[in-house]
Design a protein around this ligand. Structure first.
Ligand SMILES: Cc1cc2nc3c(=O)[nH]c(=O)nc-3n(C[C@H](O)[C@H](O)[C@H](O)COP(=O)(O)O)c2cc1C
Length: 217
């Protein structure tokens, strides 16, 4: 089953879906930006304001790190990993040959967006809607992921390459200290971006017929 091609009423829908297809994970980055820092901020702020959250709880928090501040994050991460190597928790060879080059590659980018969730802000709602209490935390993560996805797609639309990383909880304490992050903000993901110096890798797709059903067409 190939994917269906269809005509849309609004040309913006075609554009949107084309952008969805062009967003990829790109790891070859350099520390240049095709757009102004204000344009990057506008993307992030639009995502924060307009991406939905369950019960409009607005639990997503973002810290935008640019240039030297971005570099600092990946220096911190390398230092923490070096500590793990010194403690014998990570094999030195693996760190030198795989982890360190990867982390240096992230540092070579232009910026990193830290996505956090404030789970503590959900306490009153969990009390009010006790029947849903165990759903609110996963809902908050889902909403956070939606914001990550929008920002990732918009950055790619503006000519950036980007990739999504997860170095939590390893880096949580240092991140909190370095940028004075409120204790209730729980780090989820790090979106690294920069001007691409190479294309994304090959991507394969499982057959649609194994993943999709339609009824009543
Ligand atoms: C929820 C989620 C978590 C991911 N975590 C990581 C990660 O920790 N490190 C990484 O390099 N890529 C990560 N990725 C990127 C995926 O590996 C990538 O999106 C997938 O292979 C499809 O490739 P594409 O992004 O080029 O379409 C993550 C993607 C998603 C959606």
């Amino acid at each position: 089953m190939g994917s269906i091609t269809a005509e849309f009423k609004n040309p913006a829908t075609t554009t949107l879906l084309e952008l969805v297809k062009t967003r990829r994970s790109c790891y070859k980055l350099k520390a240049e930006s095709p757009i102004s820092d204000e344009a990057i901020e506008s993307i992030v702020q639009t995502a924060l304001l307009h991406v939905p959250t369950s019960f409009n709880t607005q639990t997503t928090r973002v810290v935008l790190l640019l240039k030297e501040e971005h570099q600092k994050l990946w220096d911190i991460t390398i230092k923490i990993m070096e500590g793990l190597v010194a403690d014998g928790k990570v094999p030195k060879e693996m760190f030198e040959n795989h982890t360190k080059p990867k982390l240096l590659g992230f540092g070579a980018g232009y910026g990193t967006i830290l996505f956090f969730t404030d789970f503590e802000s959900l306490a009153p709602l969990k009390e009010k809607f006790a029947i849903y209490a165990d759903k609110f935390d996963p809902f908050a993560l889902e909403a956070n992921a939606m914001a990550q996805y929008l920002v990732w797609t918009a950055l790619c639309s503006e000519g950036f390459g980007a990739n999504l990383q997860h170095y939590s909880p390893l880096i949580d304490e240092e991140v909190q200290k370095t940028w004075n992050i409120p204790a209730s903000w729980k780090l989820d993901a790090q979106l690294v971006f920069g001007t691409p110096t190479g294309g994304p890798g090959e991507k394969t797709f499982l057959p649609l017929e194994d993943r999709y059903k339609v009824f009543g067409k």
